[in-house]
Design a protein around this ligand. Sequence first.
Ligand SMILES: [Zn+2]
Length: 325
Amino acid sequence: MSPLLQSAVAIGVDIGGTSTKTAVVGEGPSVLKRRQLPMDSTETPAAVVEKLSVMLRELQTECGDTRLPVGIGCAGLVDSQSGVVRTSPNLPAWRNVPLVKMLSRELGIAAVLDNDANVFSIAEGLYGAARDSRHAVFMTLGTGVGGGLKLDGEIYTGSCGFAGEIGHITVDPDGPVCSCGSRGCLESFVGSARIVQRARMLIEEEGKQQEWLAFGIASLDELSAKDVGRAARDKNDIAVRVFEEIGEYIGIAVASVVNLLNPDIIVIGGGVSNVGAPLFQAVRAAVTRRAMGPSSECVKIEPAKLGEDAGVIGAAMKAAGIQEG
Ligand SMILES: [Zn+2]
């Protein structure tokens, strides 16, 4: 047993579509050890839980504590109180999976579960961009838009655990139908699929196909949100416009949240936010224009700090019962 692993606080699990990350997390926070479990969408939840519990038991044994707490973050509609994954965009075959019950039975300890945006909020609120803030709003931008809240120094989850769904604020009453059943939600205007769709539309309209193929993209059919982000960082006109457009939509939703909660910081993370300046400038400009003066003057809009470790760190801290700084 390594002496380093004896300082472990908990194990964090970040369930993803292609791989599930696990990490032994110590105070600080420090990631003391990592393991990855490849995910196969054809596998049943029971098969995944079995493999995951073998990995977790090995990690607990290496840490010299077979009762080391385990926390799990998972994208999608997750009921943290009952420990059930209702649906997850990463795991289309998972419907109403009692993940906590299944895993706890295997491990002999009570695991905890929350959605990926909430564990991101715990991590960024404790150790990241909002560590010195008492009133923070968190957003993750990727396939979908996740959100979380830290109010008066505490993570706020609402009456039944579903607070902070910024992605489902209406930004256009006549917009497209959203996965939640409503219409014109923020998520349908800024998710990665929308970024690709808008970029492709503008490239075709303006006849810029050759310019984009020269940019190292094999075909426009294979264009990804990451490619559009890379092009925006290289100041490509169409890509910059796409991110200005999504920044405006994010700003519309954030301005309402700023008026409602008067937070000191909005922390934005997730793959789509890696584009940096073109997005953040557009969001800041829209919030300045749309939110009420005094609230907009005292809010900072900043990128997340913990990168891809936020999920495992937040999940581990939730399991260890450390949620407030
Ligand atoms: Zn929605």
